[in-house]
Design a protein around this ligand. Structure first.
Ligand code: 6CS
Ligand code: FE
Length: 313
């Protein structure tokens, strides 16, 4: 049986080397059970996060921490063009009532715009300029397709937090993503400072699968995309504390035009934004073509395609 051996965070004495046994093709068992009835556990991840030998120092750093950062991946003119597009979409009355435009809880301020690459040619070209797709292919060792795209717009004064979570836990439970073989790129359109709600990642947390407790409610996405205090699909406070003590946290700041690429399973969050300075990021998820979605692993029905695409084109 083929094994991948990936050197991991040297700060942790517990896991110096992770051996990953590849799944048997066609094996029907769920290797990442979550939304459990009983006491949830922190388990090992049984799949690699870099599919092949890390070919550069950058990818070796990614293998250790679960993320990497690049500066100036898009030109200042591209940043400006994307910001103008966001204004256009936000103020276009044709999007009133469109589910893809998510507003802050009890507020009219825009929180997210899903399918942003499909709604805007300018944004789609910006993503292509960023080189994110090539990097995703290298990390995942296969061709990729877009699983989800969104603009995360954290408005000044009233931008809401995103509570601690692993994206893969959600995509596995609610969308039927089989294994964690996906990466997300977050491309900054404004400066991400420590004070305007930047991304926080627990470095090395991609090595663990953190189970969540509780049954997924029907149509849960109507709540989960908006609320700053989700109750399902989030780890317990005890687990967040355990991971915090083991791994610590990295706060990912950077100028407009910079990019963070992170593993689909890292534990991450971001605080609210009460400064006058909005924070806007394009967020695009690449999944391996070998990891297409199946039936949700812990939900009754599939979510809409603007959250989880089921075709490659
Ligand atoms: O539900 C989802 O798919 C999304 N929710 C969060 C909080 N992060 C990732 C993803 O876009
Ligand atoms: Fe997330």
């Amino acid at each position: 049986m083929k094994r991948y051996v990936v050197a991991v965070d040297s700060r942790s004495s517990v896991f110096r080397i992770q051996e990953c046994v590849l799944p048997k093709v066609g094996a029907g068992i769920d290797r990442y059970p979550t939304r459990v009835d009983g006491e949830p556990e922190i388990r090992d991840r049984n799949d690699p996060w870099v599919w092949g030998e890390p070919s550069t120092r950058e990818i070796a750093g990614y293998a250790e921490r679960g993320y990497l950062q690049r500066e100036s991946v898009i030109a200042p003119a591209t940043v400006e063009a994307c910001l103008a597009e966001i204004d256009r979409i936000r103020n276009d009355p044709r999007f009133d009532g469109d589910e893809r435009v998510v507003r802050e809880e009890n507020d009219t301020a825009v929180r997210s715009i899903f399918d942003i690459d499909l709604l805007s040619d300018v944004v789609r070209e910006a993503i292509s300029e960023s080189g994110a797709e090539e990097l995703a292919r290298e990390i995942l060792g296969s061709d990729v397709y877009v699983h989800q795209s969104r603009l995360n717009y954290k408005p000044g004064f009233r931008g809401g937090a995103f509570y601690w979570h692993s994206d893969f836990e959600t995509w596995h439970a609610e969308d039927g993503m089989r294994i964690p073989r996906a990466v997300s790129a977050s491309i900054a359109l404004t400066h991400n400072e420590t004070y305007n709600g930047p991304l926080m990642i627990m470095p090395g947390s991609q090595r663990f699968f953190v189970q969540c407790a509780g049954k997924t409610p029907r149509n849960y996405h109507r709540q989960s995309l908006v609320t700053t205090t989700p109750r399902i699909g989030v780890p317990s406070e005890a687990m967040v504390t355990e991971l915090w003590n083991l791994l610590g946290v990295d706060v990912l700041t950077g100028p407009a035009g910079s990019m963070t690429m992170f593993d689909c399973n890292v534990m991450h969050a971001s605080g609210g934004n009460i400064t006058p300075v909005p924070r806007a990021n394009i967020f695009v998820v690449f999944n391996s073509v070998g990891n297409r979605l199946g039936r949700p692993c812990a939900a009754e029905a599939t979510r809409p395609v603007y959250l989880a695409r089921r075709s490659l084109s």
